[in-house]
Write a protein that binds this ligand. Structure first.
Ligand code: ADP
Length: 638
């Protein structure tokens, strides 16, 4: 497992890491959705029950209306069947059909046991002139039985709390109608038989008490609005005389002649239909509130699901983006470190973040910068700049400390070499000067006497002059190195140092001719000897590096605020790569031709230093095999 995980690519690892929490979130979202859906379906089933109850109430109300009209018709039996009765029957049939379609288990084949399967034959009988008592009996028993089916319990469910009062009131009203119908039917029978049935009244006493207790419960549990409505019905409709009559009969324990059978049948039916109507209203009220609760619940479920889905999408997108960014950053760093391993520098890594990746990129970047600094320092040291500052990153910085040691050691070697050259030059100078003196003296003594001796002595003198120049150059180079080369400035026209060059050419070479083009003769403020030394050097080089012998053209002129002097030869020329380097100390482009072109490679180094000390410039234009032109520019004196 460990091996497998390690072998996975970084994006796969990161994706695996995010996949687990993501699966958990998806799982929880589904669970939450399910729970909310279950909850909604629970509420839905409650709403179904309330709907069913409303339908039963409607059927009861329809049957009550039909009972009233049918009873009256059976009583009077005069004329045709009133049109109203047909309307009521259609309404009852519609409600009945609707209820029959209900799939609720509690309503299974309810027509069977609520006598409603004989509703059709009863209506036929009514149409043919059936006895009013039997009509009343049929409808009343059917209504009574339907009432017993019409119970929606408030249930112990906190989501139904807002409906609790209404559902309870509905149930109490339902019971009250049931008990009122029992009492009314028994009273009807007593009035019909015209017998003061005391035994029956005893039996009914309990029912009467229960009816009253339900009324008390109603007044306690119903909402203030429904209590007010109940009281209105109780005090202003047919319910008032009916209840008062019932109370009166139970008080006296005998029936009086206030109502005859028909009157009682009519008024008691209306009284109970008043209560039924209130029950229906309550149920309808509960129904619409229940619908609201359900709608709210469904909406909340959908919103929750939507928000969770959106959050999931955002989280997923964020995680993917983060994975992408981390991979990109690490890939960038990996590429950079690969380059670093190959020795590339100047990677220009930006620190992306303030964390572990940021610190990694900072480290790589500082390694890169350090490499670059060390490389620059090494370059500078290579060019002889031993003062280049190097700051090791820490006492343990192997490379930095090694470069510092290398620089210091090289400086020491250089110092020793310079000291040696200086000392050797000094030591050589005295004997060479002596040789030169004696050679000149000998020449005076042997003048014109022995031509061989004279020639030999002048050859000695020329070689000694060359030697002197080499020694002087070496000494100058060491002076430059130690910063001891000084200049003594004066004002003079450039012609004063250009003109003597003509004689110099004759002294050095018989095969070269000099052309001097002096376009201007500006004054310069410079060290006469040092600038002469520069011109001599450039002239000597022009002659030395055009061995075939030809012209050397010296041109002097003005370019804005500078005096420009150039030396053009038609010799071996210099390659482009060498053009830059020939001004460095000891650099010789003709290094392998020591015999043809003798030299130390410090002439141009001294030239450059002297010109730089005068705030001037020296440069070359050349073509290999065709010749070179060296230019110097010096600021002019106004
Ligand atoms: P040296 O002449 O002693 O070698 P310099 O410092 O005077 O040293 O010159 C450096 C190098 O520049 C020479 O070795 C030579 O290769 C090149 N150089 C200088 N002047 C010329 C020139 N006029 N033509 C061609 N090459 C030249």
């Amino acid at each position: 497992m460990n091996k497998f995980f390690r072998r996975l690519s970084l994006p796969s690892k990161l994706l695996m890491l995010i996949l687990l929490p993501l699966i958990i979130i998806v799982y929880l979202t589904i669970q939450l959705y399910r729970e909310k859906s279950d909850h909604a379906s629970l509420l839905h089933s409650y709403l179904d029950r309330i709907n069913r109850s409303v339908s039963i109430s409607k059927l009861i109300a329809d049957l009550q209306s039909e009972r009233k009209i049918s009873y009256n018709y059976a009583l009077t039996r005069n004329g045709d069947l009133p049109a109203q009765i047909m309307k009521l029957r259609t309404a009852t049939d519609t409600t009945l059909a609707k209820l029959t379609r209900h799939e609720d288990i509690t309503l299974k084949e309810f027509a069977n046991y609520t006598f409603l399967d004989s509703l059709g034959s009863m209506r036929n009988k009514i149409d043919k002139g059936f006895s009013a008592d039997l009509v009343m009996h049929f409808y009343t028993t059917a209504i009574f039985r339907l009432h017993t089916l019409n119970i929606v319990l408030a249930g112990n469910n906190k989501y139904l709390d807002p409906l609790f009062a209404d559902l309870t009131t509905g149930k109490i009203l339902n019971e009250m109608v049931t008990y009122l119908e029992i009492i009314s039917t028994n009273f009807y029978n007593a009035l019909y038989s015209k017998q003061n049935n005391v035994a029956m009244l005893f039996g009914l006493m309990g029912v009467h008490d229960i009816y009253n207790s339900y009324e008390k419960e109603l007044l306690v549990k119903a909402s203030p609005e429904f209590i007010a409505r109940y009281k209105t019905i109780r005090n202003t409709t047919e319910l008032k005389p009916v209840v008062e009559y019932i109370d009166h009969v139970f008080k006296k324990f005998s029936f009086d002649t206030l109502y005859n059978t028909e009157e009682w049948a009519a008024i008691s039916a209306i009284a109970s239909s008043r209560l039924s109507a209130l029950e229906k209203d309550i149920l309808q009220n509960a129904q619409s509130r229940m619908q609201n609760i359900l709608d709210h619940e469904l909406r909340s479920r959908d919103i929750t699901f939507f928000i969770l889905g959106l959050a999931l999408l955002i989280i997923f997108a964020l995680l993917l983006y983060t994975t992408h960014i981390i991979t990109k950053m690490l890939t960038g760093l990996s590429n950079a470190s690969q380059k670093l391993a190959r020795g590339v520098s100047g990677l220009n890594i930006k620190p992306f973040t303030n964390d572990v990746i940021g610190s990694l990129s900072l480290s790589i970047s500082s390694i890169d910068e350090n490499n670059k600094t060390l490389a620059d320092a090494a370059d500078a040291i290579g060019k002889g700049n031993f003062n280049v500052p190097i700051y090791p990153r820490s006492p343990e910085d192997t490379l930095g400390n090694a470069v510092v040691r290398m620089r210091d050691n090289l400086r020491q070697f250089e110092q020793r070499k310079d000291d040696f050259i200086k000392m050797a030059s000094h030591e050589l100078k005295t004997p060479v000067t002596t040789i030169k003196g004696y050679a000149q003296l000998l020449q005076l003594h042997t003048a014109e006497k022995d031509p061989f001796l004279t020639n030999s002595l002048s050859a000695i003198e020329r070689q000694v002059a060359k030697l002197t120049k080499l020694i002087t150059d070496l000494l100058d180079a060491t002076k430059i190195e130690t910063g001891q080369l000084t200049i003594k400035k004066e004002i003079f026209p450039i012609s004063e140092i250009i003109n003597p060059l003509e004689n110099e050419v004759r002294a050095i070479s018989r095969t070269h001719s000099l052309v001097i083009n002096q376009h201007a003769d500006p004054l310069i403020y410079a060290d006469r000897d040092r600038i002469s030394q520069v011109l001599s050097n450039l002239l000597e080089n022009a002659i030395k590096y055009s061995p075939g012998g030809s012209q050397v053209i010296i041109t002097a002129g003005l370019d804005r605020d500078s005096a420009i002097i150039s030396f053009e030869d038609f010799g071996i020329g210099i390659s482009k790569t060498d053009e830059e380097k020939i001004f460095e100390r000891f650099y010789r482009a003709t290094g392998k031709n020591e015999d043809t072109f003798p030299g130390f490679g410090i002439g141009l180094f001294i030239v450059k230093e002297i010109i730089t000390l005068h705030k001037g410039r020296v440069w070359v234009k050349s073509e290999k095999g065709k010749g070179s032109t060296f230019f110097i520019s010096l600021p002019i004196q106004h």
